[in-house]
Write a protein that binds this ligand. Structure first.
Ligand SMILES: Nc1nc2c(ncn2[C@@H]2O[C@H](COP(=O)(O)OP(=O)(O)OP(=O)(O)O)[C@@H](O)[C@H]2O)c(=O)[nH]1
Ligand SMILES: [Mg+2]
Length: 190
């Protein structure tokens, strides 16, 4: 079974913890009314089944790192980035400042080394009543990263599917890599 470390990154009140609880609990009603800032870091673990990886069904053990978006907790970031397979950037598109506030996270996780853009996705986390006509627009550095609108309250299944699709893309990379490694080990033996 694959083990995948996925990081949730983005500004405070973007919706990371809400998303993490939803994904890990597998319940439909995990949106809490009250905002409780994450202090530092939480790590949630769960299994995702029935993932189609290279035309084989696979399961994955997901380690979801839900870090605080508050710059006061930046000291956690190195541990968060270390050995991460993928990053989900989360922000609230109905709040203009959140688009700007996402940029330091891109800079840290992608620009400053670590992850490539193929290991990233942006989830614009819409609130229940969030009929946003025109959401906050992200900087051009995000142009090469797929961006999806998610709405846990109204489209729970779709959010889960979107996350699993992202997982599969990460796992495809991983399984290709391990096949290449196997190949090179065999070549060394020959
Ligand atoms: N209705 C609805 N509310 C949401 C959703 N996501 C977040 N919220 C609300 O937005 C607020 C902030 O959400 P959190 O998930 O705690 O934000 P966070 O990104 O973890 O913030 P930090 O821990 O400070 O970095 C909370 O009041 C949530 O109830 C959502 O999908 N739907
Ligand atoms: Mg949080």
């Amino acid at each position: 079974m694959f083990k995948v470390k996925v990081v949730l990154a983005g500004p405070s009140e973007g919706g990371k913890t809400t998303l993490a609880n939803f994904l890990a609990d597998a319940t439909e009603n995990s949106i809490s009314e009250q905002y409780r800032p994450t202090r530092g870091l939480r790590i949630l673990e769960f299994e995702s089944n029935n993932l189609n990886v290279n035309n084989r069904f696979a399961r994955a053990e997901v380690e979801l790192w839900d870090a605080s978006g508050n710059p006061a907790h930046e000291n956690c970031w190195p541990a968060v980035k270390k050995d991460a397979h993928g990053v989900v950037f989360v922000f609230d598109p109905s709040v203009e400042e959140q688009a700007r506030a996402l940029e330091p996270f891109y800079a840290y996780f992608v620009e400053k080394g670590g992850l490539s853009e193929t290991q990233c996705v942006v989830f614009a986390s819409c609130r229940a009543d969030g009929k946003i006509a025109r959401g906050a627009k992200l900087g051009s550095q995000f142009n090469r990263i797929p961006q999806l609108q998610i709405n846990i309250a109204e489209e729970a299944n779709r959010v889960r599917n979107d996350f699993n699709t992202f997982l599969v893309s990460l796992l495809n990379n991983l399984s290709e890599k391990s096949e290449q490694e196997e190949m090179s080990i065999m070549n060394m033996r020959n």
